[in-house]
Design a protein. Structure first.
Length: 343
């Protein structure tokens, strides 16, 4: 099978020669060790060396203060916070505002001013070989809404000022729908799938009630999914943490695969997920990045991957349980992950 064929068959839970596998998105600080271990000079060489099936392409976005779509909004009350200093709990622009009409007063960016269709097409065209192309658009409208108020205020406003919260999150969703539409139209049929998402889970449970997520967040998620599917794209939805209770809702609104199966989070054990949801949705992830890939041996990593392959002979893109490969993950364990995935 080609990489594209393997990816689509895995996501569609069809027979495969082996499940598709994905490295994730290594942090900049992790790259020197990975390149050195695999004798590669760049990311393309690294991915070729490990036999990766998926190539992520981030939506190109360039504003006066951000080169990342996930940092498009300057909500911080005390000046823009760069990515390394960003926290959702910083006081936000809307912290003390309760009139939904005032949402229009914020200087909302126009994505068409900061997204070049030519660049969108070029980054998709630049993917080498027959890799499955994953458009990384994030579209984290819930997390941005938390930043817009400050997280504590945002969560309180979902109950105390629901129309105000709804006005803000709906406006953020509109931004992402426009931005993603520009990307999808420009990238054409080069994309195979997109990665969107918000973090809803802690290590032990959802961070807020399922009912609040369903009322305030999932309508926007559903619109983002429907838009991507109108372009013929598979949709992988990201959320860290213990999100088992929310999986039926994600299935209902059209998610094709759920990422990243945070393996040590409560209720996210692979056998249970396969048993309860494996006929309705696929998954991506599952190889524990909190302990196993950091502290385990290559043989332990291989054992984990082999077990995952027995549980999910298809329907699981084998990948670390977080998309960001950090410097504390030993490159030898990445080698072991892919060696077992390719057996």
């Amino acid at each position: 099978m080609t990489k594209k064929e393997r990816f689509h068959a895995t996501i569609e839970r069809k027979p495969v020669d082996r499940p598709a596998s994905w490295l994730g998105i290594p942090a900049t600080a992790a790259m020197p060790a990975l390149l050195g271990h695999f004798g590669a000079s760049d990311l393309a060489g690294l991915k070729k060396a490990i036999g990766d099936d998926v190539w992520p392409v981030e939506l190109p976005y360039h504003s006066p203060f951000s080169d990342a779509i996930y940092m498009a909004f300057d909500f911080a009350k005390h000046g823009h916070l760069v990515n390394e200093e960003r926290t959702l709990n910083s006081p936000g622009y809307f912290e003390d505002i309760t009139d939904p009409a005032a949402v229009a007063d914020f200087p909302w960016p126009d994505p068409s001013a900061y997204i070049s269709p030519a660049e969108c097409g070029a980054v998709a065209d630049a993917v080498p070989g027959d890799d499955a192309v994953l458009g990384v658009v994030w579209s984290a409208h819930f997390q941005d809404a938390c930043a817009a108020f400050g997280m504590e205020t945002a969560l309180m406003n979902m109950v105390a000022e629901p129309e105000m919260f709804r006005a803000v999150i709906d406006r953020i969703t509109e931004f992402y729908l426009k931005a993603n539409g520009l990307f999808y139209a420009a990238a054409g049929d080069k994309l195979d799938a997109v990665l969107i998402g918000n973090d809803f889970g802690s290590q032990t449970s959802l961070m807020l009630s399922r009912e609040l997520i369903r009322e305030f967040v999932l309508p926007g998620t559903k619109a983002l999914i429907a838009q991507a599917k109108s372009y013929g794209l598979k949709v992988i939805h990201h959320s860290c943490g213990a999100i088992r209770d929310l999986i039926p809702d994600l299935i209902e609104i059209g998610v094709d695969a759920i990422h990243p199966i945070q393996a040590l989070a409560a209720g996210m054990d692979a056998p249970g997920l396969a048993r309860d949801f494996g006929n309705s949705v696929s998954f991506c992830g599952g190889v524990d990045a909190q302990n196993l890939l950091v502290n385990g041996t290559p043989d332990e990593v291989k054992t984990c991957v082999r077990e995952l392959r027995k549980i999910f002979p298809t329907g699981l893109v084998i990948s670390p349980s977080h998309e960001a490969i950090l410097p504390d993950i030993a490159p030898k364990n990445i080698r072991a992950l892919f060696a077992a995935a390719h057996e």
